[in-house]
Ligand binder design. Structure first.
Ligand code: NAD
Ligand code: ZN
Length: 349
């Protein structure tokens, strides 16, 4: 089959690779109909996270149709339309039972093969899904496959970020989202779904800020405005009740610290590669901060998000580019450089 493979720093190839096959009785094989490039793929692309084997199939966001199931599969069958979270999960371990599906004891991240071990990704014609009965979620024809695809990662990650922000629906709070990439934009929608009345959204890219406004936020261009002053004015000088960080950098974390009020929450879903915190224990103590960080248990939220059909905002408006999988190398270049107003890229095998 054809797939986009990792070939070293900033090198992706459209390659011929072996078709995946059933390796365990709990596996399924999915024929990918839509896959996407994610901000997290860029960490790999730029080798900010090191260790990935050359030749690894990239990508972890996909929807498709089941073409083969292992002998222990009970809930799924050939022909089912399915969406996957970006990590696999068994549905039975301690972590799956408490809803932290992203830390399943048997879980794996798609698109991560190191020293020959791991799971290939989904920017391909086919993908092997371990623990398929509990990892995959079926959806029917009336759901737009692109909308389902977003639920597998950015929509549920944005929701998780807002969920962790402890939004108080009945109090007129002030909330801030840092970063208006796909995750931050989904976070803006989710914060309002959870009851936030005032959401400020920070970025430096005008097209993204425009979409943030379309999704109900007050946009702040970090290069043009005094963010701290605006948030201080909106909160009688206190600072935001919660700051949701969807960037993954020390500078964004530092801004989150500076904008949050004493006793407030910083909810962070950006993937961080720094080895130290952007604020120190004394600063955290002096502001009584609650700091929540980590990978999104996407599978835990997916069912609910798939059923939420009456939505005020159209999440798929973040999709700015659609390519064939064969154009994937160029798609990475455009996505990485954020050119042509690129926010989210869909690839069709
Ligand atoms: P993205 O790169 O498209 O978006 C990041 C946005 O932040 C960009 O628009 C950029 O202009 C903006 N930005 C950068 N520095 C900023 C700053 N100091 N202040 C304000 N804005 C700033 O990425 P994305 O796809 O939206 O993903 C965001 C992050 O979430 C990435 O780190 C990604 O790896 C991570 N992620 C985490 C999970 C999880 O489970 N926790 C899941 C998916 C993605
Ligand atoms: Zn992703």
């Amino acid at each position: 089959m054809k797939a986009l493979t990792f070939q070293g720093k900033q090198k992706i190839a459209y390659s011929q690779v072996p078709d995946p096959s059933i390796l365990a009785p709990t596996d399924a094989i999915v024929k990918v109909s839509h896959t996407a490039v994610c901000g997290s793929d860029l960490h790999v692309y730029h080798e900010r996270e090191k260790g990935l084997d050359c030749g690894t199939v990239m990508g972890h966001e996909f929807v498709g149709e089941i073409v083969e199931v292992g002998s222990d599969i009970r809930l799924l069958k050939k022909g089912d339309r399915v969406v996957s979270p970006f990590t696999t999960n068994c549905g039975n371990c301690y972590y799956c039972n408490i809803g932290l599906t992203c830390r399943c004891q048997k879980g794996q991240l798609y698109g991560w093969v190191q020293d020959g071990k791991g799971l290939h990704g989904a920017q391909a014609q086919y993908v092997r899904v371990p623990l398929a009965d509990h990892t995959l979620l079926t959806f029917d024809e009336h759901i737009d496959p692109e909308e389902a695809l977003l639920i597998g990662d950015v929509r549920s990650t944005g929701y998780f970020c807002a969920y962790q922000a402890n939004i108080q629906a009945n109090i007129d709070g002030v909330y801030v989202v840092i970063g208006c990439g796909p995750v931050g934009l989904m976070c803006i929608i989710a914060a309002q779904e959870l009851g936030a009345q005032q959401v400020y959204a920070l970025d430096g890219i005008p097209d993204r800020l425009k979409l943030a406004e379309q999704f109900g936020a007050t946009a702040i261009n970090i290069y043009q405005h005094n963010t701290k002053g605006i948030i201080a004015d909106a909160t009688e000088g206190r600072g935001a009740d919660a700051v949701m960080e969807a960037v993954g950098s020390s500078s964004a974390s530092r801004v989150a610290y500076e904008l949050v009020r004493p006793g407030g929450v910083i909810s962070s879903v950006g993937v961080h590669t720094s080895t130290s915190f952007a604020f120190n224990p004394i600063e955290a103590y002096d502001k009584n901060i609650t700091y929540k960080i980590g990978r999104s248990p996407a599978r835990y939220f997916m069912q609910q998000l798939l059923q939420q059909t009456t939505k005020k905002y159209q999440a798929t408006d973040i999709i700015t580019h659609r390519f064939n999988l064969s154009e994937g190398v160029e798609a990475y270049r455009i996505f990485d450089n954020k050119i042509e107003g690129c926010i989210k890229v869909i690839l069709k095998p």
